[in-house]
Write a protein that binds this ligand. Structure first.
Ligand code: ZN
Length: 511
């Protein structure tokens, strides 16, 4: 056994071969990061072919017989519950997923995604669903074939459904039938909460937060807080990009991006806090398992739980702002008159809206619930693409009490389906539920976190997350990770309790 990694010697060859795959993946990530940040537009074609070549090499490495033999050797020597068993299981998952998709289906999907993406862009710009419908039909058809291939030809073999195989790409082990009751309780509790808020007629005045916010001051303020949270800038950096994201080339090099609004500090600032949460996870993954599949994050849901925890439960808490408000004043003279009583409620407004990415914390999961319901029906064949716009509008009316005034603010607003990313949306809500449950467990163990936040101390919380989430890498699946960290399976209770407490405090309503 290796002292350093804890892997049996029978896994040695697998680890060596996987290191090359991991290096290719990191190289692809560097080129993709550059493409989104500094690459001139004219570099597109050359970059596209470089990325295509690297993706082909990765696929070839994952398909080679020698890797299959090395994986079988690791499986043969792994005792259950050991790091070697976890290594073999996560490697097997990647290898099988790669091998089960026939080459012609993979090619057809790639073509359909790139055509679908272009069609979606024009359909969105012209607010005309018909321009996207034929491509979406094709994407649904191919995704169903993909689901069947991923499930090894038996999508309903264990009582599951085709959609589960797609969900599993983003959230290993998740099942639609297990998500359904979670969404049902969210809808049952969040909808009346939203109605009660609307009935108060309260409008929170957000105007005191508007004011000139120079770009450099925003970056300095965001960086100051990211450092205080624990982002290691010797092992990471922040750059501008059209869309905020986080990417990692290993625990020693984690990059985040941001964008800003000149008259409102909030989108840029909370974007940085969100991506910092993702980056803290990546920087905290077990370096001893770097270049193996065990050194990876568990799932998109777990990743999102980390970003949302730092953005929403820390960065929007009253105690955090007791520490951060003087910093805000110092960085933005135009906001030097803002008080905690003006600022804090404005970070917790609840108002139904049509656009998911602009939704507040009280309504966000209702947007996700609509997408989960509709995409699951599309993949099951219970909903035809031609009926999707009507079903969308009906679902928004039923869930949020709003009717979209056209497809651009409705069914065409998200990019995901144009890229065949069916099964991705639920990970946002899983992230919220995990966030709340993890935070509750951390608070139960660590005591009064608010006193620490008010002093600008975030290390106790980060240490807890390192011990209970980050440091395990990909060793446990999300359900087991949650059980170990919180003592319970994932539920909606902690999230709903936090929502209710906030709504009571900000709007004075109780349901
Ligand atoms: Zn995120």
């Amino acid at each position: 056994m290796s002292e350093e990694t804890g892997f049996e010697s029978g896994a040695k060859r697998l680890v060596e071969l996987w290191g090359e795959i991991a290096d290719l993946e990191a190289t692809i990530q560097v080129l993709s990061w550059d493409q989104e940040t500094y690459m001139p537009a004219a570099g597109q074609a050359a970059r596209g072919s470089a990325l295509g070549t690297l993706a082909g090499l990765r696929h070839a490495k994952l398909s080679q017989t020698e890797l299959g033999d090395a994986l079988a050797a690791a499986e043969a020597c792994a005792e259950s519950g050991t790091p070697t068993a976890a290594l073999a299981r996560s490697a097997r998952r990647v290898v099988d997923k790669t091998r089960r998709i026939p080459a012609d289906l993979a090619r057809e999907l790639a073509r359909a995604q790139s055509r679908g993406h272009a069609a979606w862009r024009s359909a969105h710009a012209e607010a005309n669903f018909a321009l996207f419908a034929p491509d979406l039909e094709n994407l649904v058809r191919l995704s169903r074939l993909e689901a069947q291939a991923l499930a090894d030809g038996t999508p309903a073999g264990d009582g599951g459904e085709a959609y589960d195989a797609l969900l599993d790409k983003y959230e290993p082990g998740a099942k639609a039938a297990e998500l359904e009751p979670l969404f049902r309780s969210l809808l049952a509790e969040l909808t009346p909460l939203l109605q009660a808020v609307r009935a108060t007629g309260t409008e929170i005045d957000e105007s005191p937060l508007q004011g000139a916010c120079p770009r450099d001051a925003q970056l300095a303020f965001g960086t100051r807080v990211a450092k205080a949270f624990g982002f290691d800038f010797d092992a990471g950096r922040i750059d501008r990009a059209p869309h905020p994201f986080c990417t990692s080339f290993g625990t020693g090099d984690v990059r985040i991006t941001w964008r800003w609004n000149d008259t409102d500090f909030r989108p840029g600032f909370f974007g940085i806090l969100h991506e910092t949460g993702h980056a803290l996870y990546e920087q905290g993954l077990p370096a001893r398992w770097g270049r193996t599949p065990l050194g990876k994050p568990v799932s998109l849901g777990v990743h999102e739980s980390q970003s949302r925890l730092w953005e929403n439960l820390v960065g929007r808490s009253r105690s955090f702002w007791e520490w951060a408000l003087p910093e805000l004043h110092a960085h933005f003279p135009a906001l030097s008159g803002v008080t905690l009583e003006q600022l804090w409620p404005a970070l917790h407004t609840v108002k139904p809206s049509l656009i998911r990415v602009e939704a507040d914390q009280g309504t966000y999961d209702l947007h996700v619930a609509v997408r989960f319901e509709l995409e699951r029906r599309l993949i099951a064949g219970d909903l035809a693409v031609s009926d999707l716009p009507g079903a969308w509008d009906e679902a928004y009316e039923r869930t949020l009490g709003l009717s979209p005034a056209g497809p651009a603010n409705g069914v065409l607003q998200d990019i995901h389906w144009s890229m065949a990313a069916f099964g991705y949306f639920p990970t946002y809500t899983l992230g919220n539920l995990m966030m709340a449950q993890l935070f509750e467990a951390a608070r139960a163990e660590l005591g009064d976190l608010d006193a620490a936040f008010a002093r600008g101390e975030f290390a106790p919380l980060l240490d807890w997350l390192r011990r209970n989430v980050h440091g395990h890498g990909h060793r446990f699946r999300a359900d087991e990770l949650m059980r170990r960290a919180t003592g319970q399976p994932l539920g909606a209770e902690a999230f709903l309790a936090q929502r209710k407490a906030l709504t009571a405090e900000v709007y004075g309503v109780r349901v």
